[in-house]
Design a protein around this ligand. Sequence first.
Ligand code: PBG
Length: 331
Amino acid sequence: MMFNRKFPNSRLRRLRTSNNLIDLVSETTLTKHDLIQPFFIKEGLKGSEAIDSMPKISRHGLDIISSKVEQAITAGISSIAVFPVIDSNKKDQEGSEALNPNNLICSAISSLKKQFPEIIIIADVALDPYTNHGHDGVLKGNKIDNDETLKLLGEQATFLADAGADIVAPSDMMDGRIGYIRSKLDEFNHKDTIILSYAAKYHSSFYGPFRDAVGSKNQLQGASKSSYQMNIANSDEALHEVALDIEEGADIVMVKPSMPYLDIISKIKNTFKMPTFAYQVSGEYSMLQNAIDQGWLEKEVMLESLLCLKRAGADAILSYSAVELLKEFDL
Ligand code: PBG
C-alpha cells in the first residue's frame, strides 16, 4: 500500500477531535465477550482466603464458589477457567488424585454446570496441582516421562469432560498430548468437547504467584520446567508448536504469558488464522494490580494491557482482572 499523504491536506488529528470520533474509527474493541475469569477452588476451605502474591484475588471453598461465579455472571462474564488447590496429603509422585473422577475439581465443575448450564467452563489438563514434586508430568528419576504422562492426561481430560467441562485446556506442554487427548475424548463420547491448547507456553518467570495460589511452588522447590515449556528466546518454535497442535486437533490455541509476547500472538494469528487466546498470567496481573493499588498507575492500565492483546490478534483473554474490569468499565 502506498501512502501519499501530505500535511496540511492530511491532518490525522481531525479524527481525534472528540471521543465519539475516536470510537467511530477505532480498529479494536474489548468487550465482555472477550474475557475469561479464572477461579481457584480450594479443598476443605470454608469461605475465601486471600492469595498474598495476587492482590484482590482469593481461593474459594466449594461452599462459596457458586456465589462467586454468580457474581461474575451478573458482571457479564460468560466463560470461566477453574483451577484446583488440593490437600497436600493427596499429592503424590504420579498425581493420582487427578484421576479420581470425584476429585475436587470434577465435583466443582459438575455442581457449577448444574447451577449455571450456560456458563462455559474451561478446565486445565496438567498434573502440577496433584504431584508432590510440582511438575506437570510424571517424574521418572530426574526426567519428566512424556509418553507415560500422556496416558494420565488423556484420562484426566475425559474425567473433566464427564464432569461437564465444555473446554479442556492442556497446559502441560508434553509432545503429542493434543492428539492423544482428542482420541481419548472421542473414544469416551466427548466428540464436542473443545480443546484449548496452551500451544505456545513459555518457560516464564511470570507464573510465580499462580504457583503460590495452587500450592505447587513449595513442591517444586526451585526445580525448573525448562525440559517441557518453551525457551523464551524462541519465536519460530512457537509456530511449530501451534502447527503440530492444530494438526493433532486443537480447536483454539493459546499464547502464555501475554504482554511480553505480543509478537508471538501476532505471528500465530497471522499465520494460522485460528481462534487464538492470550493468558494474562498471574505475574503480569500482580505487577499491574499492585501498582494500581499503590496509586502508581491508573486503573485504566489494566484495560490497556488487555486491549493491546486484542490489537495484537488475540480473540479472547484469560485475565484475573476480568470481573473487576466489567464492574468498573462499560465493556
Ligand atoms: C499449570 C499451569 C500454570 C499456569 C496455568 N496452568 C503454571 C505453570 O505452568 O507452572 C500459570 C498461570 C498463571 O501464572 O496465571 N500447568
